[in-house]
Design a protein around this ligand. Structure first.
Ligand SMILES: Cc1ncc(COP(=O)(O)O)c(C=O)c1O
Length: 424
């Protein structure tokens, strides 16, 4: 049934049928959760070899005693392992603790409060501070801005990255913009991958932006392809070197979805002046990160090729889960006009858009039938989706059977909400 073409009588009988199906599902006592972008236990099992991999050898390649304090910016061998993930030279990498979100929070705080080029460069010294946020996007980026008092301006995320015409127009009109978030490969939640032209335009933003502008390039899903032919990402670093804009970008990544999510290693890449500032500010909070864990990762993954081979194990576990989501959406909603969705080639999420004004209602209906979805609005700054359309589906954590059941409920909720909206 194409909803916009259905007669009132058809809609009325369809509503009755769907309400009965919904009631049966709601009575089944389901307790399913597709909110969490977390690896499943089977994915975590892939990295259990980390434990004991050092075999009691606590020396780094340069003789450092890994158990002791020191080494604020990480082990050289860990920098070499993660440099190709961010497509940068190892000399530009800093390797930290377990969370890239922590590194992003720290860098946003440094930019705001202390500056990357001396105290005068602190954004907060120059009045209002704004960041550009592609939407839908990652809620925790938005929370960082909100907590630091950074106002957020949205631009649409397209299948090839942020709408760069909109980004450039904003920069031209607003000198208070000091930063921008981008998840460049398999973005959260749409799975978009920045094409080469978008990467080049991102590298050139500093030429249009106010002094001190920093692009926060969160490459959380850099190596998280579901298939070998997934789109690749051009090197932002190389594009910046061509333009001389290396100081305007900060790149982030982690092994949270490579090894153990809560016990991995996070890293960032930046120009030498930025690294100097970051090391200085960081030195007040830490004597150094967990080097034993960094070395365990080097020993376990064995290099970038080993890391990519390891990621195939994740892809094998994730592919059927994504297929379970996409097959159900296609079968039940394809051609119906009741929603549209992304078909990601990697990453952790499927992004679903309802008809305008229905995301909250679908999330509510699903919750009452025992299926927990990410709150509607979470993918927008301040939790406000202006069209109330976007819902993020996270298939990694549940089993395939659980995803199938959850999606059966989801599509009935979408259909019921859509038909009722047309009848109202
Ligand atoms: C885009 C993005 N960045 C960062 C993170 C968190 O990274 P980490 O575990 O390294 O703090 C996530 C987790 O969902 C994410 O989706």
């Amino acid at each position: 049934m194409r909803i916009d073409e259905a007669s009132r009588d058809t809609l009325i009988s369809r509503e009755r049928e769907l309400a009965a199906r919904y009631a049966a599902l709601a009575g089944a006592g389901l307790a399913l959760d597709v909110t969490r972008g977390k690896p499943s236990a089977a994915q975590l099992d892939l990295s259990d070899g980390l434990d004991g991999v050092l075999g009691g050898n606590y020396r780094g390649e340069d003789g450092t005693d890994l158990r002791n304090y020191g080494g604020l910016d990480g082990l050289p061998e860990a920098k070499r392992l993660f440099a190709p993930v961010l497509q940068v030279p190892a000399s530009n990498v800093l390797v930290g603790g377990n969370s890239s979100l922590t590194l992003m929070w720290q860098c946003a705080l440094y930019g705001m409060q202390f500056g990357f080029a001396g105290p005068e460069s602190a954004w907060s010294r120059h009045g209002k501070v704004r960041f550009i946020c592609p939407v839908p996007g990652y809620d925790r980026h938005f929370s960082i801005c909100e907590h630091l008092g950074i106002e957020m301006l949205t631009v649409p995320m397209t299948p090839t990255g942020p709408d760069m015409d909109a980004v450039e127009a904003l920069l031209a009109s607003d000198p208070s913009i000091r930063g921008m978030w981008v998840v460049p490969r398999f973005s959260n939640p749409t799975g978009a991958v920045c094409d080469e032209q978008t990467v080049a335009r991102c590298a050139a933003l500093a030429r249009r932006a106010a002094p001190g502008f920093r692009l926060f390039w969160d490459d959380a899903y850099a190596v998280h392809a579901l298939a070998a032919d997934a789109p690749r990402l051009a090197s932002l670093h190389e594009a910046c070197v061509r333009l001389g804009t290396e100081d305007s970008v900060l790149l982030f990544g982690s092994t949270s979805k490579i090894t153990h999510a809560g016990a991995g290693v996070a890293f960032l890449a930046a120009s030498e002046p930025n690294l100097r500032a970051i090391r200085h500010h960081m030195g007040f909070a830490s004597i150094g990160p967990d080097k034993v864990n960094q070395r365990r990762h080097v020993a376990f993954l064995g290099g970038f090729d080993g890391l990519l081979a390891h990621m195939e194990g994740h892809a094998a576990l994730l592919r059927p889960r994504f297929a379970a989501v996409l097959d159900t959406l296609e079968r039940e909603l394809g051609g119906s006009g009741m929603g549209s969705w992304s078909r990601p080639r990697g990453g952790y999420f499927v992004s679903f858009d309802t008809r305008p004004g229905l995301a909250r209602e679908v999330v509510r209906l699903a919750a009452e039938a025992g299926v927990k979805l990410t709150p509607a609005g979470a993918t927008f700054p301040y939790g406000k989706d202006p069209e109330d359309r976007n819902i993020r589906i996270a298939p990694s954590f549940p089993t395939v059977a659980e995803i199938e059941r959850a999606m059966d409920v989801f599509v009935v909720c979408v259909q019921l909400a859509s038909v009722r909206q047309r009848l109202a």
